[in-house]
Design a binder for this molecule. Sequence first.
Ligand code: SF4
Length: 376
Amino acid sequence: MSAATVKGWCPGAHRPMLAADGLVVRIRPRLARLTAAQALGLCALAQRYGHGYLDLTNRANLQIRGVAEGDHLALIEALADLDLLDTDPAIESRRNILVAPFWQSGDLIHRLSIELIDQLADLPDLPAKIGFAIDTLAQPLLTRDSADIRIERAASGLILRADGAAAGRAVTEDTAIPALLEMAAWLADHLTPDHRRMAQVLAHSPLPPEWCDAPALPAAPAPQIGRQSTGSLIGAAFGQIDAEALAQVIRAQSLQAIRLTPWRMLYLEGGTLPDTDAFLTDPHDPLLRVDACPGAPYCPSSSVETRAFAKRLAPQINGTLHVSGCAKGCARKTAADLTLTGRDGRFDLIRHGTATDTPERRALSPDDILREVNTQ
Ligand code: SF4
C-alpha cells in the first residue's frame, strides 16, 4: 500500500506527497551522484511511472511526478534495485546533505559525507527541512543554497558554521562530524514554533561564542554552464529534465556518471555540451533568469498554465522573471524584476517584488502581458 501522505509533507521516496497529478516521489542520490546505470534506470522509471520528467530540486534531489498510488510499491522496489533507496524511512528523511558537486573520489567532501551518512541515526529529531552542507573546496560554493549547518574551508582551516553566522567553529576532519551533531542538538534545543531554521533561531538565540570565532571565506563565484576541467555543466529550465533526452545524452557520450547540483544544473562527468535544445548550454540563456512552478494542471492551487508561458515571455524580459501559478510563490521566495501570479485564469503583475506583494496590475491575460512588456 502507498505511504502517500497529506500535502505539506516534505516528500521522500517512502513517503511521497500527493499532488493533483498523482504522487511526487523524491529521490535523494548519495553525494548527489548517479552512475550511468542509476541515471538510465531513473529515466526509465520516470517514463514508466511518471510524466517522463525528472524534477531537479534546489537541494540537488530528483522528483518523479504523476505516479499513480497503485504504482508506488513497484517504483519503490525499482529504486531499491538501483541502490537509490534508504531501507529506513527515518534515515531517508534525515539525509538532507548538500555536497559541493565537484568532489573527487576519496577527498575530504567524500570522506565527511560518508561519515555523516553513517551517523544520521545519532541526529536529534529536527524539522524535515533542516539540512547540512559539506562544502570544503577551496572556497565555499553552497552559501546561497539551503542548509542549516555547514562544514566549510576557511583561512584558519576547517570550520563548522551555523547558517546565518558570519563565522564558525574551528574543527578538524576528526572533530567535524561530532561537532555537527553537537550543533544539531543545540539547534533542536532552541527551535520554537515560529523559528524552525537555523538562521531564524540565531535571530533570538546567540551561539556559544567559541562556535563563531573563525571567520568564513567569501563565497566562490556561482558556477556557470559550460565546459569544466573534468566535465560539463548543463542547465535544466525550471529544473525539469526530459528523461528521454537525458538518457540519450548519457548513451551518446558513454558517460560513467552524472552529478546533481542545487542550481538547476547537471554535471556530466567527463562529458561535453550536448547538441540538443532539451538542455540549456548557453550561460546567457534567458531561461536561466526565470522561475516558474508547475502551475495548472499539475497543482490544484493554480488556474493558469505557467511554464510554456514563461518560455514565451523570457526572451522579452531583461531581468529576472517569476511566473507563479498562485500567490504562494513556491518557485521563488525572493523578489524578481517581474512576477506574475495566477488568479481565476488570469495573472496579477508585480514589479520588483515577490509573489505575496500587492500587485500593480490585476487580471491580465497572457497577451495583455506580452503587449505590456513589448511597449516598454
Ligand atoms: S505557487 Fe501555487 S500554483 Fe505554484 S506550485 Fe505553489 S501552490 Fe501550486
